[in-house]
Design a binder for this molecule. Sequence first.
Ligand SMILES: Cc1ncc(COP(=O)(O)O)c(C=O)c1O
Ligand SMILES: N[C@@H](CCOP(=O)(O)O)C(=O)O
Length: 461
Amino acid sequence: MQFISTRGQSEPLEFSAAVEAGLAPDGGLYLPDSLPDISSKLSEWERYDYARVCFEFMRLFATDYDESELQRIIGQSYKKFADKRIAPLVQLDEKTHVLELFHGPTLAFKDFALQLLGNLYEAQIKRTGSSINVLGATSGDTGSAAIHGLLGKEGVNIFILYPDGRVSPLQERQMTTTGATNVYPISITGSFDDGQAAVKDLFGDLEFKAEYHLSAINSINLARILAQCVYYIWAWLRLPEAARANLEFVVPTGNFGNVLAGWLTQQMGLPVSSFRVATNQNDILYRLFTTGTYAVDDVKPSLAPSMDIQIASNFERFLFYKVGQNPEKVRELMKQMRETGKVDFDAFDPDSFTTSRSEDGDIERLIKEVHERYNYIVDPHTACGFQTLDPDKTSVILSTASPAKFPDVIESAIGIHPTVDSLEKLKTYPIVTYPLPADKEAIRAFIKEHVSSGEKQEEKS
Ligand SMILES: Cc1ncc(COP(=O)(O)O)c(C=O)c1O
Ligand SMILES: N[C@@H](CCOP(=O)(O)O)C(=O)O
């Protein structure tokens, strides 16, 4: 299988090259050149464990990988999950299920793809003998999951930009207390969007990217999206047959990567009725799906900080399909978005997306209501998913982070302070962080300063 850029001005690549490239040279995002039909495979996959379902799915895309190597890498990637079911589906009532995606090493859904991406990078370093400098932006969870997916792997440096004061204290500790000399958590002034823009700018400098062998861990990397497709299939396979008939996946949304992964599985034949885009008060996607206008606003810090995003990278992938896979049209619309921060879509078709938004007051109320009704604790991001569920549908709410990562919000809502030993321990370790402006030149200079010449594109001795 080949992977093509949404902007149509880059060479199609095989899986491993597209993973390594992250962002396409023309600034677009990679997508498979065609989507396989998985509908006939589902009954067979019902018998498999999580890692096997993941392998069966990923082998459809990673066609340039040796299959036994791919299976080994995937098996290794889900070993560090605390729950043997990997993604348990918890039923709260007849129509409401929660898909718990927080049993990985950093207690957030990002571990599903970043444990795998870390192992894919390791295999690639072994194969090519060339080191990698990973560069990414985070609003809290992607950074820690990337760091923990790559920790201890030879030949990797990790540079992660996070907005100073806008991630939870425990999320910050997960990134800044590793003690690893190849991990560089960079606290930037501004928002996640500023960090994401600086990262994309640097990836756009193809000479620098090649010289410093930069790789992406954000959801601009197609491996992130594909690995996230798997738990939608897994959840569908675990649901009783009657519940599959009118099914809505409810997805707390920021960068549009997670919900897009779900939608792609539907395009591949997973029978799902709809996908709920559940935003916090940073509601650009809510406004888009209710009015047809995409209009960038200022990021407003919220109780669900990892969703404090206005410029949702993966919307470009959805757009590609919506404009009939016409890269010229994508280029035109992306240019308009960049230059004016606004696009009015004529007769916008929300496809199978529904949407909801939650202000901070709603988040506290929903944490309380869910606890009172089900004796179940949800984190502030997952809480957004509980906003006005559709009573006619079976809802599977994706629980994207452990409540223990946001104990203060939970305590304020229900008087309980959730803790997890692995997080408590971090409070005793020293924090190491590098404050910088969210400016491409400052980040470039920092990378140059901290990467020795032997760790650039040259062969590792
Ligand atoms: C806990 C949590 N929930 C939800 C989201 C939103 O996911 P996405 O950005 O893929 O829409 C994020 C980060 O992106 C997150 O960290
Ligand atoms: N919520 C994320 C930010 C989005 O990044 P993505 O690249 O993983 O989509 C975070 O927690 O960092």
